[in-house]
Design a protein around this ligand. Structure first.
Ligand code: GLU
Length: 346
């Protein structure tokens, strides 16, 4: 009996000390992009091969990340993000949901190309059903470049994914010591390192001296509070984006009707305005059962509902992010009033 009590106490002490020393578990899901890119020359920062390195090479480049978390890696894809399609991004979303449902996973980091990094994080912001951290990171310089930005970005992404302070903030994007929200952050420069910005709303926080500083929260609904999900969804419904400009032809709307698009994001001038020619094309598309949403080509501000123009309004969503929301909305309803509500809420 005494021996048994002694053994139980020993076991308890052992598990308490194991718990005290145990680190959070962060899974890195790699999808390609410049962060995994290679060039023959260390001064080459354009025209290199994106998605050349595997996830193990990415992890091995940053052994310091083990300070923050136990890390495991999975290769979801290895492509330039201009080749991302919704079958891949929905598969990624499903994998993140599976991982975060596990008690032994504390957070997820996703490496991704920068060119469509406006889109995938916002999709997951609407489809991940967990408040555990989901952190996207990327790089503007390939891994072979002088002052490659990937390793530090990955290190900071792991630190943020491992921190309980990052929970319930929506899907995050981390580059250059800045923490951005998937809802507002966009690529704003073709080649500069500090390209990801939310010019009106700013960042959620930053990292300095190895410490995380949170400064803002977003008000929009996301993750656990989102009505959208990735179940039974192999690809997103077809929503096309039509750019507005002087002389823009109405036949783009005819093409959308012919190709059975379910939704159109019209990138209008100013506050989503459109010529009388396009106004007629919008009405024709609506008659054909297509949901039309007006957004703005200005890059910031709110596209508001119009008394005279048809179509819904994209609120402050960029056209690319508006496409994601409209596609997910169409998996739930075709009621314009409900979809407009989504555009104000998410
Ligand atoms: N075009 C590639 C991509 O989006 C490389 C750009 C980048 O990752 O910076 O994946």
């Amino acid at each position: 009996m005494l021996l048994r009590i002694f053994a139980a106490i020993l076991l308890m002490l052992f598990s308490v000390s194991a718990m005290a020393g145990s680190k959070p578990h962060v899974v890195i899901l790699a999808t390609g992009g410049t962060i995994a890119g290679e060039a023959p020359d260390n001064t080459q920062t354009t025209g290199y091969k994106a998605g050349a390195l595997g996830v193990e090479a990415l992890i091995n480049a940053v052994p310091e990340a083990k300070k923050y978390a136990d890390i495991s890696g999975e290769q979801v894809a290895n492509i330039g993000s201009e080749n991302m399609t919704s079958d891949v991004t929905l598969r990624l979303s499903r994998r993140v949901n599976q991982l975060l449902a596990r008690d032994d996973v504390n957070g997820v980091v996703i490496t991704h190309g920068t060119d469509t990094l406006d889109e995938t994080p916002y999709l997951l912001n609407l489809t991940v059903k967990s408040d555990k951290p989901v952190v996207f990171t990327a790089a503007m310089r390939p891994s072979t470049a002088i002052s490659a930005d990937g390793p530090m970005n990955l290190l900071e992404a792991v630190q943020i994914a491992a921190s309980p302070s990052s929970r319930d903030r929506g899907v995050l994007m981390v580059m250059n010591d800045r923490i951005g929200s998937a809802r507002f952050t966009r690529k704003t420069n073709t080649t500069a390192l500090d390209t990801f910005k939310a010019p009106e709303q700013g960042y959620l926080g930053q990292i300095a001296g190895g410490r995380i500083y949170w400064e803002n929260r977003i008000e929009k609904k996301h993750t656990k509070n989102s009505v959208f999900d990735d179940r039974n969804l192999k690809v997103l419904p077809q929503v096309v984006i039509i750019q507005g400009y002087q002389d823009d032809p109405a036949y783009m709307f005819d093409a959308a009707i012919e190709h059975h698009a379910q939704g159109i994001i019209y990138v209008g001038t100013g506050n989503g305005s459109a010529s009388t020619r396009i106004e007629a094309a919008m009405r024709k598309a609506e008659k054909a059962g297509i949901i039309v949403v007006r957004s703005s080509r200005t890059g910031s501000g709110i596209a508001t509902m119009s008394d005279s123009l048809p179509g819904l309004a994209a609120d402050s969503l960029s056209p690319d992010k508006a496409r994601i929301l409209l596609a997910l909305a169409l998996t739930k309803t075709h009621r314009p009033d409900t979809i407009q509500k989504y555009f104000h809420q998410y």
